[in-house]
Design a protein around this ligand. Structure first.
Ligand SMILES: [Zn+2]
Length: 95
């Protein structure tokens, strides 16, 4: 289920994907609606066109307050998350 707000958010992030192609899952780490499976995804970064987002773009279920932040490739590199998305993307490309 995707709320109107998150749908708009998704479209906006998709439009900005050329400049900020690295998307990062942010989970709610505290509060009554937090979910262990979502916390496990916290901080995972994938490219915007990764199939991960087809199934995991939040909200993922009732009361889910997870969200997605975006980064440029340089920003992702600065934050030290370059490896995780690049590895994943490389494996998809299949060389
Ligand atoms: Zn969630």
């Amino acid at each position: 289920m995707r709320t109107a707000y998150m749908q708009a958010q998704y479209r906006k992030q998709l439009q900005g994907a050329e400049l900020r192609p690295i998307w990062m899952y942010q989970s709610q780490l505290a509060g009554k609606n937090r979910r262990r499976e979502h916390i496990a995804l916290h901080g995972k970064a994938y490219r915007y066109d990764d199939p991960f987002w087809d199934t995991c773009y939040p909200p993922n279920g009732w009361g889910c307050q997870c969200y997605v932040t975006t980064k440029s490739e340089a920003g992702a590199e600065r934050d030290g998350i370059k490896e995780s998305w690049r590895f994943h993307y490389g494996s998809l490309a299949g060389n």
